[in-house]
Design a protein around this ligand. Structure first.
Ligand code: SF4
Ligand code: SF4
Length: 465
């Protein structure tokens, strides 16, 4: 019976539940090299994002404070909530589909938590404290001036990195110009901004210097959802137990044939795959929630296999079916269903975006007002108008009464809606009594932006009984 004790304990906690600090060995190999290149690109995009402009507007700005969102240079407002909801649905279905097919590839290759931790903070740590075993020895060693100097240097760099990440996040929220104003103006004018800067810096320092892999193991909801998102067809980092078992130490002169002859598997039980794991697990125990699919164990095992002259890819990207039956990727009813849902949602999203107007207008009856009868016998109703100009340009907005022969009055007949602002005004509609039924009458008001009709609103007009 194989050892099953791993089911009862965490790789990052001892038996009493106290956290075990991990000292993963520095990864190296083909996948690590590719991940490094991919991460440079991502870090460039993440740090450069707030400064990349499309026209005069940022690529991405999520200003939750002013409830204004700029995505790919297009501004979105709370009035676009329906787009946000469809967008979120697309995002979630995409996540389901992507995970069902590719497993947790995102975690290892694209998640900012992994990129910052493994490709920035961990690299600084390897540079200053050395590889995993040296780090462990340094942690256990008594305090000396050299150890103190290394700690000060390391945590100083960590703080600087956390400050850069915190400021980048702030720039995504308030925009680069507002961030620059906080940095250059009198600090007393930006106490809120400076507090946010300090909080973000402190939070990121704590996450990357102390909390680390615990985010992936205990906090991240995506990680927790793996058990329901993955199935036996999903691609994961997997140990080929059919080839690897039974694991047995490598003996001098061993070859594939001699091992097969004595019924030993290809795993030489060197433990290197576990030593490099940033979440402290042993992938030979099967797919686990903590595995972020970083592929460090694939590189480590391939290194070891090459060293002892055994075939590589004992640990590889494969599905459970792939390991058990040698099957490649195949569409399943689940992935087909997700794909169909995603295509439908994307089509809906495309339609909504194509028909989205950059001027939103609301016309509502003024509360507490019914009607007035003017001296010339016309009935007058009063309306409140709200115009949201979601674009970066001013627009002329005109209102026309289209269902009745009457008059519609707004100051100057035309409203200038300033760019990125909400304008409010009042509107009166006068209709001769002869055209009206007693009490409620539906009327149609046409809304024109720069002369082009963008909407027709039907509202009610109250006449005397
Ligand atoms: S098991 Fe392998 S792929 Fe998973 S986190 Fe550990 S090293 Fe990365
Ligand atoms: S690195 Fe490969 S050979 Fe070594 S213990 Fe892990 S799976 Fe076995």
């Amino acid at each position: 019976m194989p050892d099953q004790t791993f089911r009862d304990q965490l790789g990052t906690a001892d038996k009493s539940g106290r956290r075990l600090w991990l000292f993963p060995k520095r990864p190296s190999g083909r996948f690590y090299q590719w991940r490094t290149w991919v991460s440079w690109l991502q870090l460039g995009l993440l740090f450069g994002g707030p400064y990349i402009m499309i026209g005069d507007h940022p690529l991405l700005m999520l200003n939750v404070l002013e409830r204004k969102f700029v995505i790919l240079g297009q501004v979105f407002w709370p009035q676009d909530t329906y787009l946000f909801m469809v967008g979120m649905l697309c995002f979630f279905v995409f996540i389901f589909l992507f995970t069902a097919v590719y497993g947790r590839v995102f975690c290892g290759w694209a998640c900012p938590q992994t990129i910052f931790l493994e490709m920035l903070f961990r690299k600084v740590e390897y540079l200053i404290d050395g590889d995993g075993t040296e780090q462990r020895a340094l942690a256990a060693a008594p305090w000396t001036p050299e150890k103190a100097a290394r700690r000060v240097l390391k945590h100083g760099i960590f703080l600087a990195l956390a400050f850069a990440i915190g400021n980048t996040l702030l720039a995504y929220i308030i925009g680069k110009d507002a961030l620059w104003a906080i940095v250059t103006d009198d600090p007393r004018l930006h106490l809120g901004g400076l507090t946010a800067m300090l909080l973000f810096t402190g939070a990121f320092y704590w996450i990357f210097a102390h909390f680390r892999e615990q985010v992936c193991c205990f906090v991240c909801p995506y990680g927790r959802l793996q058990s329901v998102l993955l199935d036996e067809h999903s691609l994961t980092v997997a140990y080929d137990y059919k080839r690897g078992e039974s694991r047995e130490r490598f003996m001098k002169g061993d070859t594939l044939d001699t091992r097969q002859a004595r019924e030993a598997g290809n795993c030489i039980n060197c433990g290197l795959c576990q030593k490099v794991c940033p979440t402290g697990i042993d992938i030979r125990n099967g797919t686990q929630l903590e595995c972020i699919n970083c592929a460090a164990c694939i590189d480590a095992c391939n290194f070891m296999m090459a060293k002892v002259g055994l075939p590589n890819n004992l640990i590889r990207y494969a599905s459970q079916r792939g390991i058990e039956r040698g099957e490649g990727f195949r569409w399943t009813p689940r992935t087909l269903g997700y794909t169909a849902a995603l295509v439908a949602l994307l089509a809906a999203m495309g339609l909504l975006l194509a028909t989205r107007s950059d001027v939103a207008v609301k016309v509502l009856r003024t509360p507490g007002q019914l009607f007035q009868v003017a001296g010339d016998g016309q009935v007058v109703n009063l309306y409140d108008v709200e115009v949201v100009n979601k674009s970066f340009h001013d627009h002329e907005v005109t209102f026309r009464l289209e269902s009745h022969q009457g008059e519609l009055q707004i100051a100057g007949q035309t409203l200038t809606a300033p760019a990125e602002q909400v304008s409010r005004t009042a509107l009166t509609v006068r209709i001769p009594r002869a055209q009206l039924k007693p009490f409620g009458n539906p009327i149609v008001i046409g809304i024109y932006r720069d002369g082009e009709c963008i909407k027709r609103i039907t509202t009610s007009f109250v006449a005397p009984g």
